[in-house]
Write a new protein. Structure first.
Length: 390
């Protein structure tokens, strides 16, 4: 059973079918793109833990998973606990999906991480706004995809930006934490029989302040070897602190000048943004989607690298307006090394400034011998394509 049937979950649905499994999906949207590829569809929210459990009790799956989304992991874990399936525990799912619970776990286990304050109300914020160091980060405790994340520089700005973060918090709680300056990476992990296996380190490109939306990723990392070893050690500590004993993990770390690598947060699931579905297979030959399915079924995945290549993704940037035309796509696809060009907005849709991952309009994925070359190919393809707005 795959929790979710959106474009994010489609690789898991297709891979499970390719492996010969009968597949059910759960999604609140009856038009979700993955439903036609599944055998059974249950109309329910992926974040409704009881609805997910009820669907699973009816379908009786041998394994249950979600791909690249955080909050559905609670339904996955609750169902796995109740039906004795193979997944993280419910307590681990809570620590991996609530940024306050997460950073508390990091502090308890000595994982390098920023200072923080839990904010339940505007009064809480007013009480600390003159006591903390600026700039700092404010974000919801229970959202993802850069929703509600903002960099603030002054006490006045902290108060004025509160509503932006607060409205993105599903349960109304935000967290204010230390701003970490430096390159950002993610670490792609598979945990098998309590053993943590680091598959790849991914370099990130973001919009920077104030919203830090991801605009690109590349593998393998170009950071110095000693920094990569520190990053691996901290990623392992983070997984242990959260309690991940089986399944994938996606760990995000900032490499600061002053303190070295420090944790941002992690997901107890595969990374999004095509990192684990596309970039990891293109750079290592490891199929993380199949591996995650096998772990959910209690089987042993093949996580032995079969390639030593590089891969990259870059997202299109466009100004504000209504998407009227896209040209040059076929010419861009013909560039050697380009593996995929995707658009997530259609002609006639509004395009807005990038404040969260949903605002991006599309991407290019490339493979090459080095990450520098893979990035160059992506950028060449993007320059070949013209995006017309009204």
């Amino acid at each position: 059973m795959v929790i979710g049937a959106s474009i994010l979950q489609l690789p898991a649905i297709l891979k499970a079918k390719q492996m010969g499994h009968t597949v059910a999906v759960v999604d609140y949207n009856p038009q979700a793109v993955g439903i036609p590829f599944a055998d059974t569809y249950y109309n329910a929210s992926t974040m409704d833990e009881d609805a997910v459990l009820n669907a699973a009790m009816e379908f009786q799956p041998d394994g249950i998973m979600t791909l690249a989304t955080d909050m559905p992991m609670r339904g996955v874990a609750k169902t796995s606990d109740r039906m004795h399936l193979h997944s993280i525990s419910y307590d681990t799912a809570v620590r991996a999906t609530d940024k306050y619970e997460m950073i508390q776990a990091f502090k308890r286990h000595g994982v390098p991480s920023p200072w923080y304050y839990k904010i339940d109300s505007l009064t809480d914020l007013q009480n600390i706004c003159n006591q903390i160091e600026y700039p700092c980060i404010m974000k919801p405790t229970d959202n993802a995809g850069s929703h509600g994340v903002v960099l603030v520089h002054t006490p006045q700005e902290l108060i004025s930006q509160y509503e932006y973060s607060h409205q993105c918090a599903r349960h109304g709680r935000v967290i204010v934490e230390q701003y970490l300056d430096g390159p950002e990476v993610s670490v792609e992990i598979m945990v098998v029989n309590h053993q943590i296996h680091i598959l790849q380190i991914t370099d990130k490109l973001t919009t920077g302040a104030p919203y830090f939306v991801e605009l690109g990723h590349s593998q393998p990392s170009q950071l110095p070897f000693d920094q990569q070893e520190q990053i691996k050690h901290i990623a392992q500590m983070a997984c242990e602190a959260i309690g991940i004993q089986t399944g994938p993990a996606h760990v995000e770390i900032k490499v600061t000048t002053q303190h070295g690598p420090m944790m941002i947060e992690l997901g107890a699931r595969m990374g999004g943004d095509n990192i684990t579905t596309h970039l990891v297979p293109l750079s290592t030959g490891i199929d993380m989607v199949e591996g995650t399915i096998r772990l959910a079924l209690g089987e042993s995945p093949n996580i032995t690298p079969a390639l030593q290549q590089a891969s990259a993704i870059r997202y299109f940037q466009a100004s504000e307006g209504t998407l009227s035309d896209i040209t040059g796509v076929e010419k861009a696809k013909a560039i050697p090394g380009v593996k995929e060009i995707t658009f997530t907005k259609s002609i006639g849709e509004k395009v807005s400034p990038i404040r969260c991952s949903n605002d991006r309009i599309g991407s290019v994925i490339a493979q090459a011998k080095t990450p520098q070359e893979a990035i160059r190919i992506c950028e060449q393809a993007i320059q070949t394509i013209s995006i017309h707005l009204k």
